[in-house]
Ligand binder design. Sequence first.
Ligand SMILES: CC(C)(COP(=O)(O)OP(=O)(O)OC[C@H]1O[C@@H](n2cnc3c(N)ncnc32)[C@H](O)[C@@H]1OP(=O)(O)O)[C@@H](O)C(=O)NCCC(=O)NCCS
Length: 204
Amino acid sequence: MTYAIQELVIRHVSPFDTEEITNLVADAMWDGPVARWMQPDMLVRRNNTSRYFEIFVEHALRHGEVYSTADADDGRMSGVALWFPLTAMIPPPVDYERRLKEASDTAFDRAQQLDAVLDENHPLEPHHYLAFLAVRPGEQNRGIGSALLDRHHARLDRAGLPAYLEANDPRNRDLYLRHGYQVRSVIELPDGPPLWCMWRAPMA
Ligand SMILES: CC(C)(COP(=O)(O)OP(=O)(O)OC[C@H]1O[C@@H](n2cnc3c(N)ncnc32)[C@H](O)[C@@H]1OP(=O)(O)O)[C@@H](O)C(=O)NCCC(=O)NCCS
């Protein structure tokens, strides 16, 4: 069951939080369909996932907008949303190819393949891009992801800006449909899972 959290505190995070955010994103995503496609070996995947996501977390903290929620009991970060405002050019992560190679190891070819198809399908119109939305396993399904989405969508709606993301499984695709996104196209990764490219027009 999904329910709204009444007093959820959502804050902007700072570069000091890089490790905590990276670990949260890795814990939520390491066994997802795309991660499994990229690196089928479970142990290698578990070991390498943080280094992979760290590249994008650092990049988002430098060029994007990152929000997090904290657990009411122990103050631990419970959910995080990493947005990139693609209303202006954002450079690629510093030293990207070398870092990607180190982080993805034997999955480097697939990591590059993934980047290429995501780039090919990425809309050119100005928008905000939700690169990652992640909620700590064990805290999922309590309304945290929805609260993080609502927070940024309210801002986009005021500014009249659209949003874009790729959903990596039918369950989160349905969550995004409920938040006003529509499927624009579907990417079929070679021998892998589908990715739903989703667009949300601003609401009045
Ligand atoms: C997807 C995710 C961010 C949603 O956050 P949340 O706080 O759990 O979501 P909410 O409680 O606001 O909404 C619940 C809905 O989220 C989706 N959801 C919940 N857990 C999910 C999971 N493990 N995987 C995929 N979608 C999930 C479902 O649509 C769910 O509704 P349902 O129970 O009727 O199917 C979170 O579950 C998560 O981090 N999942 C794993 C990583 C992931 O899939 N990230 C999105 C990448 S595109």
